[in-house]
Write a protein that binds this ligand. Structure first.
Ligand code: PMP
Length: 361
C-alpha cells in the first residue's frame, strides 16, 4: 500500500516532508538522546522549539506585539467556550453571525457565559451564503461579534473581513487559518484547531489582542483564565508537546513554500479547478453554495443519485483518492484541500471526477 491523496476534513493531510522529518528524528531529537515526546516541556530544547514555532507563526501571519499567540489543548470547541467567559462578564452581550454548523456550536457554548444572540443567520437558506454585513442586526454595546470564517461542513467562506467598528471581531478560523495572507489587526481574536491547515489534532491556536483579556471580572478556575496561559507562554500546565513540535515543522514548511501569499495563490487555483469541474458537469455534480461564498478549503458536492455515492467512493479509493465522504449533515462528498494538499492531488481528483461523470452520467 502507498500513501494516497487524502481529502479528509480534519485531522487532515500533512506535508510529506514534515512527516519524513518527524520519522527521521523520532527516536533522538535535537541531541536530547530521547524523542521530543519524552522530554520535559520545561527543558531547554522544547522551550526553544515552542518559541521558534511562535516566532514563525508571528512572521508568517504578521502578528503584532500587542497580540498574544497561544498554543492550547482542547481544540476549537473548548476555545469557543472559554473565550466568552474570558472576554466579558455575564451581563454582557455578544453577537453571533451564523453561516453553518460550527457557528451554531460556538453560540451554544457561549450562551451559558453571557448574553449571546444571533445577529444574522443564513440557516433559513440552508447555509448557502454569508449574510450581507449591511443587514446584520449588531448591538453596538456587544462585547464582541463572532463569525466562523470558513464553515467546514457547509463549505461557506467569508471572502471579506466584515467591519464591526469598535466591537472586536472574534473569528473561528479553524479551517482556513493561515491559508492566505490576513490582516491580524482587523480581529480581536483569531482561533482554531490545528488539525486542518497547521498540524496534528490535540492543539488549538489563538491569536488574542492582549487588552481584551482579564477584564471579565468573573471568578474562574485558574486553568480557564486565558491570561494565565499568556503569562506562562502557554505552559500553565503541560501542553501537547508533540503536536506543538509538528506544528512548528509545518510552519517552517509553509515559509519554505513561499509564505501565505504563495499558499493563498495555490489554494485559490486548487479550489477553482474543482468548482470548474462541478460547474462544467452539466448538473451531474452540484455545490449549493453561492459562488461568492464558496470555500477555498472545503468543497462539498453531491452526485445526481445518492445510490452512486458508494460507487464514487470505492472508485476514488482505487484511484488513490481518499477521505472524500461528505459530512452526514449535508451528505454527498467533500474534498478538503488545505495547504498541505498538493496541486497534483487536486488535478488527480478533478480528472477522476470528470471521468466518473462521463461514465455514470
Ligand atoms: N470550528 C470549525 C470551523 C471546525 O471545522 C471544527 C472542527 N471540524 C471545530 C470548530 C471544532 O474543532 P475541535 O474539534 O478542534 O474542537
Amino acid at each position: 500500500m502507498t500513501r494516497a491523496f487524502n481529502f479528509s476534513a480534519g485531522p487532515a493531510a500533512l506535508p510529506e516532508p514534515v512527516l519524513r522529518q518527524v520519522q527521521e528524528e523520532l527516536l533522538e531529537w535535537r541531541g536530547e538522546r530521547a524523542s521530543v515526546m519524552e522530554v520535559s516541556h520545561r527543558g531547554k530544547a522544547f522551550v526553544a522549539c515552542a518559541a521558534e514555532a511562535e516566532r514563525d507563526l508571528r512572521e508568517l501571519a504578521g502578528v503584532p506585539d500587542d497580540y498574544a499567540v497561544l498554543f492550547l489543548q482542547g481544540g476549537a470547541t473548548l476555545l469557543a467556550a472559554l473565550l466568552p467567559m474570558n472576554l466579558a462578564g455575564p451581563e454582557a452581550g455578544a453577537d453571533y453571525v451564523l453561516t453553518g454548523h460550527w457557528g451554531e456550536k460556538a453560540l451554544d457554548n457561549a450562551r451559558v457565559s453571557l448574553r449571546a444572540r444571533v445577529a444574522a443567520s443564513a440557516k433559513a437558506d440552508g447555509y448557502d451564503h454569508v449574510p450581507d454585513p449591511a443587514g446584520w442586526d449588531l448591538d453596538p454595546d456587544a462585547a464582541y461579534v463572532h463569525i466562523t470564517s470558513n464553515e467546514t461542513i457547509h463549505g461557506v467562506e467569508f471572502r471579506q473581513v466584515p467591519d464591526t467598528g469598535d466591537v472586536p471581531l472574534v473569528v473561528d478560523a479553524s479551517s482556513n487559518l493561515l491559508s492566505e495572507p490576513l490582516d491580524v489587526r482587523r480581529f480581536g481574536v483569531i482561533y482554531g484547531g490545528a488539525q486542518k491547515n497547521l498540524g496534528p489534532s490535540g492543539l488549538a491556536v489563538a491569536i488574542v489582542r492582549r487588552d481584551l483579556l482579564g477584564r471579565h471580572g468573573r471568578l474562574l478556575p485558574p486553568i480557564f483564565e486565558l491570561l494565565n496561559q499568556v503569562k506562562n507562554d502557554s505552559m500553565f500546565n503541560t501542553p501537547p508537546t508533540f503536536a506543538w513540535y509538528v506544528l512548528g515543522l509545518v510552519l517552517k514548511w509553509m515559509k519554505a513554500e513561499g509564505g501565505l501569499a504563495a499558499l493563498g495563490e495555490r489554494n485559490r487555483r486548487k479550489a477553482e479547478r474543482l468548482y470548474a469541474v462541478i460547474d462544467g458537469s452539466g448538473g451531474f455534480y452540484r455545490n449549493p453554495v453561492r459562488p461568492e461564498a464558496r470555500s477555498r478549503m472545503n468543497v462539498p458536492f453531491t452526485l445526481p443519485d445518492p445510490a452512486l455515492d458508494p460507487v464514487f467512493l470505492k472508485e476514488a479509493e482505487a484511484a488513490s483518492l481518499v477521505g472524500l465522504k461528505g459530512h452526514r449533515a449535508v451528505g454527498g462528498m467533500r474534498a478538503s484541500i488545505y495547504n498541505a494538499m498538493p496541486e497534483a492531488g487536486v488535478a488527480a481528483l478533478a480528472d477522476f471526477m470528470a471521468d466518473f461523470a462521463r461514465r455514470h452520467g
